[in-house]
Design a protein around this ligand. Structure first.
Ligand SMILES: CC(=O)[C@@H](O)[C@H](O)COP(=O)(O)O
Ligand SMILES: NCC(=O)COP(=O)(O)O
Length: 237
């Protein structure tokens, strides 16, 4: 069965908009686990625009499922992850000014760097994953670094799914097949949603985990709106 790890970046975005503690990120994470989430993912960015480094430390104290920290392994990030020791770290090559993650690693070009970072995390007992585009060459490059897993970057799948789901999944099936042959475990994430997740999970053999944030939080907001509007109306009677 594929595990669902909920990315709570958007909860932190909402909280930071007012500078207080609403919504309470820690309570949300705890509740998500109670509701059945099998993991909590965060992606602290260097500018701490949503998840703060302190959030990562606080979450470590309360997450009882799998804690997954994603990010670009700059020194500050490596130190944070080694200090916290989550169950999993996912390396993402995001630039400081990117709105969101927008590319997988070139695992061939950055082979030496990735091998070094992966080995540091593995020595600390942390499972590793490398964010990659659905390209068998990048999967092969990831294998050479010694990583336990890859995370397939699914934005292209989500984009094309609405027009042609068979074509959208094709490169992911090929990349997943190569990963399975090489014994590299598979995670996936980015822009997965209630609309596209079932088809993806059905077609990718041995998909270990998906991390979902943006769509899941938007869907939760929308599915809750009718209920909450009616609760207000009731109090205003
Ligand atoms: C690695 C990845 O795919 C991302 O989706 C990411 O974790 C989301 O980051 P933002 O919430 O900053 O867009
Ligand atoms: N690793 C992907 C992730 O954590 C969430 O991505 P998104 O659902 O916010 O696009």
């Amino acid at each position: 069965m594929t595990k669902l790890s909920v990315n709570v970046n958007k909860i932190a975005t909402l909280r930071n908009a007012r500078g207080g503690n609403v919504p309470d990120l820690l309570k949300v994470a705890r509740d998500l686990e109670d509701f059945g989430a099998q993991g909590i993912t965060i992606h602290p960015r260097p500018d701490e625009r949503h998840i703060k480094y302190q959030d990562a430390r606080d979450l470590k104290q309360l997450v009882t499922t799998e804690f997954n920290i994603e990010g670009n392994p700059i020194t500050k990030f490596i130190d944070l992850v080694l200090d916290i020791k989550p169950e999993q770290v996912t390396l993402v090559p995001d630039s400081v000014d990117a709105i969101t993650s927008n590319a997988g690693w070139n695992t061939i070009k950055y082979k030496d760097f990735l091998t070094d970072v992966i080995s540091t995390f593995k020595k600390a007992g942390i499972r590793t994953s490398i964010f990659v585009d659905p390209d068998p060459k990048m999967v092969e490059g990831a294998k050479i670094t010694g990583t336990d897993r890859i995370e397939l970057y699914t934005e292209s799948y989500a984009d094309l799914f609405v027009k042609n789901k068979e074509k959208a999944i094709e490169p992911f099936i090929i990349a997943a097949k190569r990963a399975n042959e090489l014994g590299v475990e598979i995670n996936a994430g980015h822009d997965l949603s209630l609309d596209n997740i079932e088809y993806f999970a059905k077609n990718i053999p041995n998909l270990k985990e998906v991390s979902i944030g943006h769509a899941l939080i938007c869907e939760a907001l929308y599915l809750g709106l009718e209920n909450v509007v009616n609760m207000y109306l009731h109090r205003l009677k």
